[in-house]
Design a protein around this ligand. Structure first.
Ligand code: FAD
Length: 455
């Protein structure tokens, strides 16, 4: 069969074996992790270098194709797969072959990683050098450095180390016109002009394709202790965080679960709860050079905690962590949920949770969990038609009304683009649109993600 001019140009750009056109082979790249979003691609292309990415983007521009950058395809807002509505042919640009990890600079603790390096591989490389990547979340074995930077991902350790933005010390990206922008000097102080790498972090594949990142590592703190504490309410969970935070400089993670979520996980993995059942649960983890168990126990004691499961060995910690980390999987096994990732100021978090519970009736089953330390809640709603957008709108409006954001760490993507105005002013959105049209005037990159198409 004679390939289409677009496919032929992509083959010239990345090499024939790296342009996938068979429907069966394309299929996993065309549907997202939640199974809520899918679309058809003219091809999936897997370039190896920034130069090949540049050639792919030029080929797509020339042949009027839109480009969907894709890393591990673990994004939860529908922006890593083709759109069902896009009239142009779409090309998935996968970073799967860009997997080189560079040497660590011992003076700066920075390490270069290509966009397709998974978080797990990055963590392993850092660990083997006696250092720590300082970001972690459950999708670590698939999520990539490029996707993490593109989404400004957070995760369980943001309470101590911040989001991906804090880790990106330099970046290389290919812009929509094929030009390569590279700032990898790693200088901590460099304010000569606009900070283009910072602009690309959190841009969700709409401004450029990230090809490499200079990752800021931190010293390793291997001694860990973890407690799972049952609490009477979300309000009590926030009070516990407030009580322990100031006494625990080693606090590394502080997570929230509710009993609905724990029940699903326990059933899914076939185990029983290690603590008494309660309305909510807090996981508190400390990491330090010396064993932080005593400090953790003392802080819990001072906070009036009388009942907790505590672990400071790897197996014990993993057993407790899986109760939190397997939420997404357990919820997915129970149905196709609405997944919302909001941030709410801590002093209004409990009120927000109550408002969500009260507002969702009619068979909807909200499951709330997330990163308590950051006021970041994942609101998952089961038992409702997955296409029902009123659920999303209701939860996002409540987050905004409680002084929060519609996207804490997953990004806006396709899922929430229509509600961006709930979190950003008209003036802010106008600036975003001006940046987008200056850098990508034909809207080649990730159309419909983050900013809705103009009507
Ligand atoms: C079980 C599970 C747990 C999760 N937990 C967390 C969590 O705790 N915290 C958190 O923040 N997220 C979490 N996520 C969401 C997800 O893993 C992150 O958003 C992650 O950053 C996505 O990385 P990825 O490589 O899979 O990107 P993809 O899903 O492939 O893409 C995500 C977005 O980034 C863009 N993109 C991808 N690669 C590039 C690139 N090289 N250049 C430009 N744009 C690119 C895509 O176009 C898309 O808009 C979780 C997901 C799952 C499935």
């Amino acid at each position: 069969v004679t390939p289409s001019p677009l496919v032929a140009a992509l083959r010239d750009a990345a090499g024939e074996p790296h342009v996938l056109v068979d429907a069966d082979v394309r299929a996993p790249y065309e549907i997202d992790w939640t199974r809520r979003w899918s679309g058809s691609a003219a091809a999936v292309v897997r370039p190896r270098t920034a130069g090949e990415v540049s050639a792919v983007l030029r080929a797509c521009a020339e042949h009027g194709a839109a480009v969907i950058p894709q890393g591990g395809n673990t994004g939860l807002v529908g922006a890593s797969v083709p759109r069902s509505q896009e009239p142009r042919p779409q090309v998935v640009l996968s970073a799967a072959r860009m997997t080189t990890i560079g040497e660590i600079d011992r003076a700066t603790l920075q390490m270069r990683a290509e966009a397709g390096v998974t978080l797990g591989a990055l963590q392993a490389a850092a660990r083997s050098a006696g250092l720590d990547a300082a970001v972690d979340f459950a999708a670590r074995d698939s999520a990539t450095v490029g996707g993490i930077a593109a989404c400004d991902a957070g995760g369980i350790r943001a309470v101590r180390h911040g989001t991906a933005r804090m880790r990106v010390a330099g970046l290389e990206a290919v812009m929509a016109d094929g030009s390569v922008v590279c700032r990898m000097s790693g200088l901590l102080k460099d304010n000569a002009g606009y900070d283009l790498p910072a602009l690309l972090v959190g841009s969700e594949g709409t401004l450029g394709v990230i090809t490499s990142v200079l990752w800021q590592l931190v010293p390793r703190r291997d001694a860990r202790a973890l407690a799972l504490v049952p609490v009477g309410s979300v309000s009590d969970a926030v009070a516990l965080l407030v009580a322990v935070r100031q006494h625990l400089p080693s606090l590394d993670a502080c997570e929230l679960m509710t009993d609905e979520g724990l029940a699903l996980v326990l059933e899914h993995i076939g185990t029983t709860s290690p603590v008494r059942r309660a309305a909510a649960y807090v996981l508190v983890e400390c990491a330090a050079r010396a064993d932080p168990l005593e400090a953790l126990a003392a802080a819990l004691d001072a906070a009036g905690v009388t009942d907790a499961a505590i672990a400071d060995d790897t197996a014990g910690r993993e057993r407790l962590w899986q109760l939190r980390e397997r939420h997404t999987e357990a919820i997915g096994a129970a149905g196709i949920p609405h997944k919302l990732d909001v941030g709410v100021p801590l002093d209004r978090l409990a009120a927000f949770c109550d408002a969500v519970q009260a507002a969702l009736t009619d068979g909807a089953r909200p499951i709330l969990f997330g990163h308590l330390g950051d006021g970041n809640l994942h609101v998952n709603v089961l038992g409702h038609d997955a296409a029902e957008e009123s659920i999303d709108e209701l939860v996002l409006r409540l987050a905004a009304q409680h002084g929060g954001t519609i996207s804490a760490e997953h990004g806006v993507g396709v899922a929430k683009a229509r509600w961006l105005h709930l979190s950003r002013t008209r003036e802010e959105i106008a600036v975003m649109r001006a940046i987008k049209s200056a850098l990508d005037p034909e809207c080649v990159l990730n159309p419909g993600a983050l900013l809705q198409p103009r009507t």
